[in-house]
Write a new protein. Structure first.
Length: 416
């Protein structure tokens, strides 16, 4: 059996050195500074965001570093460790949505978005990226890139947004516009909020009700794994992570139709009504009985119960009830498998192996149909459990997975 690839976070010194070294080799001269932003993983609250529900992401210690220097023209040149000899060059003048292809669309798109938002002082720049956020794993390597770029641009062009939580909302909007409009990747803001607004030792409770302002929609919740002798194991199954075949849109449409049938603007209203009722179980039954379509009934049951699980998980973790927190992980995955039907065999098997080998709880994370699982495990157990998953994958003939472990959440900031 082959040993599983375990992705360790870069230290600040390593990230600064690697991005700075790449910058100097690619462009000559010295960068103005180095900035970084983390990838993220959602602890619980899946497919709740577009239903005005609750999510609970944390920022991972794995992060993307950017060494950047502003230019006096409107040319943007970017290079990545993945292809250190391939420098992408774009002129910001006359740039239109979708006109930059490949990975360069993400950093170039941030500058384009800020200029579209009226910040004319943003001009061109040279930038070099070094990252340890796994690509294509559902851990938001794209948000780590756009958010680190936004922080760097904000700093060197003195926009003044990066120093406060309120200001960072503007940078998040630019990062989202870059992904949605320039790169053509659908994103609702969870990834960028987690990358830009998470604080060390905390999870970000994100409330997606449309009537809330960006400041009102988040709350920092204590999430110190190390203090409770825990690790969060993340296993990228390397199963194809595809949401572009209509499955995601199909579920979103089903939820919107269900809300219309139930006479509410979104399913969050139902979830709150059920939560506040004298008998939540009976209230849930009555809600589901009002829906005749069996598939729609299952989708609604997942969304409503998942929103409730987010609330309960926060309480359980704050009360140091790790057994209950693990049970909620398990219940979330089982609901995503049976009611929302977004898991694949790789996700289900990885979850099962983690549970069988001592995890308090395990669940898929992200949109599903591939991607990663997370497991709440005792400190020091991540490698052993990850290897068990890799061994099972080899037996099943699946792609070889890769893994990482987190003991504390991270934050985005200037490094040098």
């Amino acid at each position: 059996m082959s040993e599983i690839e375990f992705v360790e976070p870069l230290t600040t010194e390593q990230g600064v050195h690697r991005s700075r070294d790449l910058f100097r080799k690619a462009f000559g001269g010295h960068e103005t500074g180095v900035w970084s932003a983390p990838g993220r993983v959602n602890l619980i609250g899946e497919h709740t965001d577009y239903n005005a529900g609750l999510c609970l992401p944390i920022a991972l210690p794995q992060r993307t570093f950017i060494a950047l220097k502003p230019r006096h023209d409107n040319i943007v040149r970017v290079v990545s460790e993945l292809k250190p000899d391939d420098i992408s060059e774009t002129n910001l003048d006359g740039l239109k949505a979708g006109s930059v292809k490949g990975w360069a669309a993400y950093p170039v798109g941030v500058a384009w978005a800020l200029r579209k938002m009226g910040f004319d002082r943003v001009t061109g720049f040279d930038a070099a990226f070094a990252s340890c956020v796994p690509l294509g794993s559902g851990l938001s390597s794209s948000a780590a890139m756009t958010c680190s770029t936004a922080l760097a641009i904000d700093d060197v062009f003195r926009l003044g947004f990066g120093a406060s939580d309120e200001g960072r909302i503007t940078l998040i909007q630019a990062a989202m516009k870059s992904e949605n409009d320039m790169a053509g990747a659908s994103t609702g803001g969870l990834d960028q909020n987690a990358s830009m607004r998470c604080k060390p030792g905390h999870a970000l409770l994100l409330d997606c009700r449309p009537e809330l302002s960006a400041l009102e929609s988040v709350r920092q919740e204590p999430f110190n794994l190390l203090a409770q002798g825990l690790e969060l194991l993340v296993v990228d199954t390397q199963a194809p992570h595809q949401l572009n075949d209509g499955q995601y849109a199909q579920r979103r449409t089903t939820c919107e139709k269900a809300a219309n049938i139930l006479g509410v603007p979104n399913l969050r209203v139902c979830a709150d009504q059920i939560q506040q009722s004298e008998d939540p179980f009976q209230a849930l039954k009555e809600t589901l009985d009002a829906i005749s379509d069996a598939t729609m009934k299952k989708r609604v049951r997942h969304v409503v119960t998942e929103i409730s699980r987010v609330r309960t998980f926060v309480k359980a973790f704050n009360n140091k009830d790790i057994v209950e927190a693990g049970r909620l992980f398990n219940a979330s995955h089982d609901s995503l498998k049976s009611d929302y039907e977004v898991t694949v065999p790789e996700l289900d098997i990885a979850v099962d192996v983690a549970r069988q080998n001592g995890a308090y709880g395990a669940r898929m994370t992200g949109g599903g149909f591939g991607g990663s699982i997370i497991a709440l495990v005792k400190q020091g157990a991540s490698r052993t459990i990850a290897q068990k998953i890799a061994d099972r994958f080899e037996t099943e003939g699946f792609h070889e997975p890769r893994a990482l472990a987190a003991v504390a959440s991270a934050s985005a900031h200037r490094e040098s």
